[in-house]
Design a protein around this ligand. Sequence first.
Ligand code: HEM
Length: 262
Amino acid sequence: MNPPARIERAATDDRGRRGSAMPARLDLVQSASGLFLGLFMWGHMVLVASILLGKEAMYTITRFFEGYYFFGQSYPALVTAIVAFVFAMFIVHALLAMRKFPGNYREYRVMRQHKRALRHTDTSLWFIQAYTGFALFFLGSVHLYIMLTNADNIGPYASADRVWSQYMWPLYLLLLLAVEFHGGIGLYRLAVKWGWFESDNPARSRLWLQRFKWALTIFLVTLGLLTLAAYMKIGIEHADRLGERYESHVSISAPMQQRSLS
Ligand code: HEM
């Protein structure tokens, strides 16, 4: 069933009366913003994990997003614009997700009773997604606000100093776990909801999707922990030179040599 058909069906009730299509539209926007954020987080992991390849690799990526290789000069405002867009998507997604939270303790208790009675994997996953989503309201907002206001302060030393000397690592540890579980379950639920990757045997394809989801979560959490450990190690080594920026040792082309401090 394609999405417009679903919306059409939602717009008529059992007696054939037309209702509002708004709930279905909001669901579509929630799915689309979730898909964007989930895919963004995969890209984010690759970029941030570049530190595992060395300081120079992370430095090069930072410069790339500041437009240095296009304009011959760094414009951190470009990073600010990207963060502002991601932050806006984050807020829209959180706002729409709030519709699904129980409104009071009685509703919460009923939902928990259903969960216990059903003993259904996907229902239990929904609860993990709701708890981690709630945590992301706070953890994600802190990180995004700091990125928004410190776009010119990203680089091998600047980031490592923030992680270690500015005590961001406990927040990143919780954020990493929350975002990987939330994103993994979210993308899995999207695939089930919209019938992506469904085969002739839906129970079997759902099982495969679940296995793939867990494998991906384990991989991303491991990569995230290694990445965090790398920033902490550099941060510890660099603690007595807090604030000093990374200096590139690679000369690539004339305009790039003009500004080699990160
Ligand atoms: C455009 C928006 C974003 C930018 C530019 C950005 C940039 C960065 C950078 C540069 C780091 C390295 C540490 C540091 O410099 O403080 C980092 C780490 C991290 N970010 Fe983001 N980030 C963005 C969005 C997000 C979002 C939306 C989330 C999740 C809600 C997130 C989760 C994390 C986590 C968990 C780490 C820790 C690294 C790890 O353990 O792998 N980031 N981010």
